[in-house]
Ligand binder design. Structure first.
Ligand SMILES: [Zn+2]
Length: 180
């Protein structure tokens, strides 16, 4: 990673205030990490919290302070996103209308009302297939490296593209958001 990029990451974050947006912005400008891969939201977060960048004089004290204040506010819950435990949490309903949850230590989403169940792995495979066959170029590109994506990245894709999922006894129906 070149040194001027560190400064750019800080400046861009001060302006845009979202890890992922900063990553997308810099990737679009052709920036890459030291390993030559695209920046992720996580790599941006790591750069912003690394105090050696300040100690080495790569960024001015004032910019460091400002960015740390934004990060601290975010951690207090300002813009922080609610964490979810499973890929389809909050999106999946049973055919009977009940939301389906994954009980602790279970590998299945379960409807508490009628005991309809679906294995997490099966559901994830179905979601992936639906996205792959969605015909939406943007989605198809995002899921190309599905297996190597982090949970947070997968969740972000699912959240931004899947409106809801209904699991009936033998059938799963996905509704995707309309993309313009
Ligand atoms: Zn049910």
């Amino acid at each position: 990673m070149n040194l001027s990029m560190i400064l750019t990451v800080f400046q861009t974050y001060r302006r845009l205030r979202k890890f992922k947006t900063v990553a997308e912005h810099l990737n679009a400008d052709g920036h890459r990490t030291a390993n030559g891969v695209e920046l992720s939201g996580q790599s941006v977060a790591r750069i912003l919290r690394d105090k050696t960048h300040l100690d080495d004089g790569l960024i001015p004290q004032e910019l460091w302070d400002e960015v740390q204040a934004i990060l601290a506010a975010r951690e207090r819950g300002g813009n922080a996103k609610r964490r979810v435990a499973h890929l389809c949490s909050g999106l999946l309903r049973c055919g009977c209308g009940q939301a389906m949850y994954v009980p602790t230590n279970s590998k299945k989403y379960v409807c508490q009302k009628c005991r309809n169940k679906i294995a997490k792995d099966d559901l994830e495979a179905i979601v992936y297939e639906n996205l792959r066959l969605s015909g939406n170029k943007q989605i198809v590109e995002m899921i190309q490296s599905w297996r190597s994506l982090s949970f947070a990245q997968k969740r972000e894709i699912v959240e931004s593209s899947v409106q809801n999922i209904i699991a009936e006894d033998k059938k799963v129906t996905l509704s995707l958001f309309a993309f313009g």
